[in-house]
Design a binder for this molecule. Sequence first.
Ligand SMILES: Cc1cc2nc3c(=O)[nH]c(=O)nc-3n(C[C@H](O)[C@H](O)[C@H](O)COP(=O)(O)OP(=O)(O)OC[C@H]3O[C@@H](n4cnc5c(N)ncnc54)[C@H](O)[C@@H]3O)c2cc1C
Length: 478
Amino acid sequence: MTIVEPRRLSDKDTTIPGRPPRPLHSRRPAQASQRRHRPGRRPRRWAADAFLAAAAAGFGTVLGEVITAETRRSLSAPGGLLIAGGRLAGFSGAYFMLIMVLLIARVGWLERAVGQDSLVRWHRRVAPWALGLITAHVVLVTLGYAQSSQTGALRQFWVFLSSYPDILAATAGFGLLAMVAVTSVRIARKRLKYETWWVVHLYTYLALALAFAHQIATGASFVGHPLARAIWATTWASTAGLVIIYRFVLPLARNLRHQVRIERAREEAPGVYSIVCRGRRLDRLAVSGGQFFQWRFLARGLWWQAHPYSLSALPRPPLMRVTIKAVGDHSRAIARLRPGTRVLIEGPYGAFTHHAQSTDRVALIAAGVGITPVRAMLEDLPASVDVAVVVRASSPEDLVHRDEVATLVDRRGGQAYAVVGPRRTARFDARALGRLIPDLARRDVYVCGPSGFSAGVVSAALALGVPRDRIHHEAFAF
Ligand SMILES: Cc1cc2nc3c(=O)[nH]c(=O)nc-3n(C[C@H](O)[C@H](O)[C@H](O)COP(=O)(O)OP(=O)(O)OC[C@H]3O[C@@H](n4cnc5c(N)ncnc54)[C@H](O)[C@@H]3O)c2cc1C
């Protein structure tokens, strides 16, 4: 049956077919210890400002080095202005590429302060500038040298390729960057499988490595300027070091420590599975409710891809749980996973936690499997926080973890509602939201669900007077 009017989630007479409450580890109470998990690290709000300030200072230094390397004579020589402009564009573009790499290096302190979705958004914003500047570098330097040696641009380009080994490698790198750019354009991106796009993206690292030598060998700012050369080389080495530490060394160390394996899987709703995992020393894993990990299940056909899934409950060492909806290849294969399968986790990531809250009242609004981080956050919000929860689903069966949410909200003395039914009949707009939570404007609003749903709730919340900085949302796709 479809529920059009919102119901209190805990109503006993609800027409939602009830399932008996299923606490996280009900089947093995003896083995699930009462050890508490370690609370997630508090984000350092200044981290984002510090990163931006350091990035801006670095950019200023790069510009300074390139500009001061030019002389009046070099600028007034034939092609001099074009070459100088090309160098400036090249070093700026290369620097922006390093910033892009850092933004997605999953640097813990930055990630906690900003959130991975925002970092990915920043990465995408910088990308056209970086690629545009590098393209301008190729064009301007070729035209400048052609003018200087009074030859055609194509002829000059051929001279570069055939006589400068470092430039041949850099040109190959530029080709790779162009390929990455093409696959990232929205239309192409929509047609590509996520994994294909991701593998193509890995070529960016190769492209950067190929381009590095020609900067050091031929960059006018470096020839005869050992300090400038040392600063530039250190910048590159530090970026590579951070990538290696945060993307490889720390995740490897964590997995060696925790040795996570699947304990059991269970169908929670049609096509939605909970995976309970067992790990060693999970009490040492600092995580906040609402955060997610990248999960790599070491099973046939799955080991090579990692996917982001939020914890659907706080860890209860030695166990922790995710709840996954089957939407594509990876998530559909979850149902086939066997107990004992090894799992590599990377994280925790995400700023969708109680640390983002600035009032003592919150509204948690979720649709479909978007309930997972909300369910975990309900356990993690300080006891003094007043909670109102609204869960949206298209059918009663899709209300995942309904009983757990109802129990947690009841325990806190909060309110929880389900809005169930097709969008046409069960409307969930500003009016409906305002009726359910009349004091919404005085709350922090957390939203998680499909992008259309989240966008609708965000604009409804704004219309109801919630300040933008009190609206927090987790996108389930990057
Ligand atoms: C921060 C975050 C938390 C999430 N938490 C949960 C959760 O708790 N439960 C749940 O069921 N789903 C969650 N998701 C969504 C889940 O990651 C995708 O549904 C899953 O990766 C789809 O993979 P697929 O191969 O099954 O489907 P596909 O058909 O390959 O992908 C479907 C869509 O999912 C996105 N996607 C696919 N792979 C990735 C990836 N590796 N990284 C980022 N996005 C990807 C793409 O937008 C793609 O269009 C979360 C996503 C994010 C970003």
